[in-house]
Design a protein around this ligand. Structure first.
Ligand code: SAH
Ligand code: SF4
Ligand code: F3S
Length: 457
């Protein structure tokens, strides 16, 4: 069987993609879906109805690993029923030899395995499985080159993720990402701007720029000129049709005054920043290799608030990092109070084999980690509830994302500060910007009332 025949064979097959992990993975899954669509395959939600399943894995914490193996185990039944069924696994877990060995050893019926650098080769691998009846088709090569122009099947019409860079050079001692995503590589600014212009032409209003540390973006323009992250923001701010710019994630060590100025200058840059602090203790920050101090972090927050008084600030915090004392933890609680976060993702430290912190001797007992975690969550939630309550009576511009699963007449969307809002309205408003008067502030979201066009002026 040749390639064309293999393509013919894949046409009309049903697929589903199961995605774990962060926005990078969600975005990679959109690329994989785009490739399958281009091969003539159709998406289904239920893996039991599909002929091809792709599991896009995450390795950030141990429970992500566990969930993957649980899901994989369930696919075995489908494979037993349907010998033509193709099971594919990819993503961050597949960048670790111990995982690849485990998959091959315990799940030999898996057909396709590929890593995070080889998504563009997925169609070829699928075709190889069909043509050569190869048991496992796999690829894990890394290269400095960035493959442009891959297809994408976007989850939303009105908003999109845009990768500006790949990989991470920071080696925070707890984190697996530098090992699973490789070294930092920035896309060319002209490729990014062209992609965003094309998205705007397709009706996209909001772009979220993705990178593990967007502040270290370094691109080279047509003329050989260097572009930093802020130059990119100014460039995107000029693209007609784009109404909102967001980015994820920003590392405090590289947050520049120039970026803070961009918040003031660029009306499309949303007044929200996700600025992961991880810990409020200098001793812990140093052992984490974060390369900033709590004082420096608090100074950044102050500068941001001075430039953009109503900026919403969210963060990530880990509890129970090796060696964290009660005093270190109290420093974290104190920093949380000082900053007054709008929201935060909180994590129990999870040992990642192969990272430096996994070898640290003073690991914290699980019960202590949990007890600190609970205290932290209570403080964060009380802060979020207070912040959200202060929105009552305000009118917020909301980009409508969709209707609630429970009630078709309830819409949900995000404010500029990335707060989730629900309000009554019709589905025709999905993908549009509307004004919503906030009537209730809850811990994790706001409730509001849609303003009529007349009220909005
Ligand atoms: N590049 C981003 C973070 C990506 S990972 C940044 O540096 O901000 C998302 C979050 O997962 C991290 O901010 C951290 O809080 C958490 N995380 C990463 N490794 C972890 C581990 N081993 N245990 C617990 N949480 C972890
Ligand atoms: Fe992980 Fe640190 Fe890189 Fe973020 S900056 S991905 S936490 S190593
Ligand atoms: Fe997970 Fe990889 Fe993202 S480890 S958090 S999917 S970069």
């Amino acid at each position: 069987m040749n390639r064309d025949e293999a393509k013919e064979l894949l046409k009309g097959r049903k697929y589903n993609i199961i995605t774990f992990g962060c926005q990078m993975n969600e975005h990679d899954s959109e690329t994989i879906a785009g490739m399958l669509r281009d091969l003539g395959c159709e998406e289904v939600v239920d893996p039991r109805e599909s002929d091809i399943t792709v599991i896009n894995t995450c390795s950030i914490r141990e429970n992500a690993d566990k969930r993957f193996f649980g899901t994989l185990g369930q696919l075995k039944k489908i494979k037993e029923r349907n010998p033509d069924y193709i099971a594919c696994v990819c993503g961050c877990m597949m960048q670790q030899q111990r995982v690849i060995d485990a998959v091959k050893g315990k799940y030999p019926w898996v057909d396709v395995i590929f890593g995070t650098h080889n998504i563009h080769r997925f169609p070829e691998l699928l075709q190889r499985v069909c043509t050569e009846k190869q048991k496992i088709a796999e690829v894990f090569e890394d290269s400095d080159e960035i493959v442009e122009g891959l297809p994408s099947k976007r989850l939303y019409r009105h908003k999109s993720f845009v990768n500006i860079m790949y990989g991470c050079n920071n080696f925070c001692t707890y984190c697996i990402v530098p090992y699973t995503r490789g070294r930092e590589k920035s896309r060319r600014p002209q490729d990014i701007l062209a992609e965003i212009s094309s998205l705007a032409g397709d009706g996209v209003k909001e772009v979220t720029l993705l990178g593990q540390n967007v502040n270290s973006y370094r691109g080279t323009g047509h003329d050989g000129q260097a572009w930093d992250f802020t130059d990119l923001i100014y460039g995107i701010n000029d693209i007609e049709g784009i109404e909102r710019i967001r980015f994820m994630t920003s590392h405090p060590k590289d947050l520049s005054d120039k970026l803070i100025q961009a918040y003031a200058d660029c009306e499309k840059l949303c007044n929200h920043i996700h600025l992961p602090v991880q810990s409020g203790s200098n001793a812990v920050l140093e052992r984490m290799n974060r390369r900033y101090t709590r004082e420096r972090y608090l100074e950044l927050v102050e500068k941001l608030r001075r430039a953009v008084p109503d900026i919403a600030i969210s963060t990530d915090i880990i509890t129970g990092f090796p060696g964290e004392t009660e005093e270190d933890f109290t420093d974290t609680l104190d920093l949380v109070k000082r900053v007054g976060y709008d929201s935060a993702f909180t994590f129990l430290y999870s040992v990642r084999p192969g990272t430096p912190a996994a070898e640290y001797e003073d690991q914290i007992p699980e019960d202590v980690k949990h007890e600190r975690f609970n205290r932290l969550v209570d403080l964060i939630n009380a802060g979020s509830a207070e912040k959200n309550a202060a929105y009552v009576g305000r009118t917020e511009r909301v980009l409508v994302d969709g209707a609630s699963k429970k009630n078709d007449r309830t819409l949900t969307g995000r404010t500029e500060g990335f707060k989730l809002v629900d309000f009554a309205g019709g589905r025709e408003l999905i993908g549009t910007m509307v004004d919503v008067e906030i009537t209730e502030g809850k811990t994790f979201s706001l409730r509001g009332r849609l303003k009529s066009e007349k009220e909005s002026g």
